[in-house]
Ligand binder design. Structure first.
Ligand SMILES: O=P(O)(O)O[C@H]1[C@H](O)[C@@H](O)[C@H](O)[C@H](O)[C@@H]1O
Ligand SMILES: [Mg+2]
Ligand SMILES: [Mg+2]
Length: 286
């Protein structure tokens, strides 16, 4: 039985270090560019922090593989194999980072034989550390986490994120999905600009559900372990098993709330993280 505790310890160390770099960089002048769309932002800090994380981990674990948001943006193939693989979002909430809006995290997930083994998410503004290892529970600053056990959707708070596509057809579907949630009626819907921190709020029992089309494997990986180890469910937006590379997710404290959310959603097609670049044309149709 492999023991990945050493890898988890290293992930915590480098996440904290990366988080401190982000917390310093947020006060500096930023060079902002866009990637897939004008609202899909990236800064030099995203690239430098990813380089810091990957170079640190690669020096400790040279035989491991790495999937990073900014490496993928630079053309490195996003491929999950059976090898021990680190799945990294160096700055989750880059738009928030650009605006100094205090919801920004470093997310480091780890998978072996395509199974998620542990996740670490560090909230850079308030130094909150979320950790979870498969079979060992989920924690926030060392205190065990428990999801909300609410089954009644009319007593639920639901979180989502907008995603990068802002064409009219996509926005109609996005707003239609939000209208379905608001007219359930749920207590409310919140968008905080960081999918990983939103998912950690579900793991903490501070919200009952999260759904999104358009996030990536590096947004989902670490948070999935944290929610599952806090007693929650993470699945595909069809209600089937989670597909880490599918760019879509539903997460909830209870299966009942997850199933309700799944039934309301109209899909938005963002393609896949592991599709070839020439398949990206598929993502033009919502
Ligand atoms: O690019 P970063 O790492 O900031 O991640 C965000 C995505 O860019 C958004 O599309 C998505 O909607 C979420 O806000 C996600 O956190
Ligand atoms: Mg990011
Ligand atoms: Mg992200």
């Amino acid at each position: 039985m492999e023991d990945w505790a050493q890898c988890l310890d290293e992930a915590v160390r480098v996440a904290r270090r990366a988080g401190q770099v982000v917390a310093c960089a947020v006060q500096q002048e930023k060079c902002v560019r866009s990637k897939s769309t004008p609202t899909d932002l990236v800064t030099e800090a995203d690239q430098q922090v990813e380089e810091l994380i990957i170079s640190t981990l690669r020096s400790r674990f040279p035989e491991h593989r790495f999937i990073g948001e900014e490496s993928s943006a630079a053309g490195v193939k996003c491929e999950l194999t059976d090898s021990p693989t680190w799945i990294i979002d160096p700055i989750d909430g880059t738009c928030n980072f650009v605006h100094s809006f205090p919801m920004v995290a470093v997310s480091i997930g780890f998978a072996v034989r395509k199974e998620l083994e542990f996740g670490v998410i560090y909230h850079c503004f308030d130094e909150t550390l979320y950790t979870a290892r498969k079979g060992h529970g989920a924690f926030r600053n060392g205190v065990r986490l428990q999801v909300s056990k609410e089954k009644d959707v009319s007593k639920s708070l639901v979180l989502t994120e907008i995603g990068a596509k802002r064409d009219s057809a996509t926005l109609d579907i996005f707003l239609g999905n939000m209208k379905k949630m608001l007219s359930a009626p749920t207590h409310g819907v919140r968008i905080i600009g960081s999918s990983t921190l939103a998912l950690c709020l579900v793991a903490s029992g501070s919200a009952e559900a999260y759904y999104q089309f358009g996030l990536h494997c590096w947004d989902i990986a670490a948070a999935t372990v944290i929610i599952r180890e806090a007693g929650g469910v993470v699945m595909d937006t069809t209600g089937n098993t989670l597909d880490l590379m599918s760019r879509r997710v539903v997460a909830a404290g209870t299966r009942e709330i997850a199933d309700y959310v799944v039934k309301q959603l109209q899909p938005i097609n963002y393609g896949r993280d592991d599709s070839d670049p020439d398949n990206l044309a598929l993502t033009s149709d919502p």
